[in-house]
Design a protein around this ligand. Sequence first.
Ligand SMILES: [Zn+2]
Length: 386
Amino acid sequence: MCGADDEGADFTAQEIARARELRRGVAPVALCGRAVSLALMLVLGLTAGGAHLVGAFGGDWAERVTGGAVTLVVLPLLLGLPFGARVRVVRTRFGLVTQGWRGWAVDQARGLLISLPLGFGMLFALYGLAGVTRWWWIWAALGAAVVTVVLSFLAPLLFEPLFNRFTPMEPGPLRDALLALARKDGVAVRDVLVADASRRTTALNAYVSGFGGTRRIVVYDTLLTTAEPREVELVVAHELGHVVHRDVLRGTVAGALASAAGVCLLAALVTWHPLLSAAGVGRFADPRSAWLLAALASVGGTVAGPLGAALSRRVETRADRHALALTDAPAPFIAMQRRLTRTNVGEPDPPRLLHLLLGTHPTPSARIALARSWPEGGAAAGGAGG
Ligand SMILES: [Zn+2]
């Protein structure tokens, strides 16, 4: 598919073979990890196992909620560790990991420190409501929608600094060019920041985060040290496309509606008697039902994942079109896609089923084909704004 026979092929046969080897090392382990995690949820959630586990923390309400939060956060994390570590070993062999095991362990601990209070808060609120009103699910649905919105807007500001350090980009032609792109797009940007991502990874990335007066362009230092300035502009133009099309806002609203609907569906299931008795719990308001709840939520998440990926691919294609219209520079766009794919040891044409299930972006071949089909001077005619 990716033109090993036409002149100037985008990827060499060697690059494609190496990417395939990486995928064959990683994908089965990652999929296995997901399957095992789902199996754990189902085994403990649809039998009395989960209820016994939570009950072991004590007989009173608060002890059981605590038991639910601790076991639901810690067990899946522990179970996922060997799979995550194995994926990491393979990725290290391909030169994709720069962070040591110690740093990795610290990141896992940080993740735990974020998930534990979130888990506690959610379960305390949920079971608190379920204990006092039979309309708890309406409040829970509203709460899920609100939490989705708040996390979507606050997470970048609260959590990004835990994992990366940011420094303002030095004044110069690149910074000017990036700010000019934002101006041309009518996007107000407060600053251009550089994230020290090279401490962890060789991955290349940039994004626009924050909203209103806090909006900033963030560029990975890895991108600055490896890519041509024109290519950095193309990455940022793509990110601006997300801002202009309000993808974060739309995604947040869609996510809020989906999570509210998901809570309503979950509420119907977790109060259904056959499921409760399978889980060895008399009524949902008993926090020993936490694993049943988590099992059903996991099944929902597994079903929703491919739908979300399909939606994401559409949004990413639109951002690519925006980048091409804004810059009218298909050649650096193609150069950037080739660089991204090579650096990430990505497959230009991954297996179709894997792509449909997990692919959040169009395939590299599709992105390059889009740029190849871009008409010369298309932006002047089409009007990219500005
Ligand atoms: Zn994107």
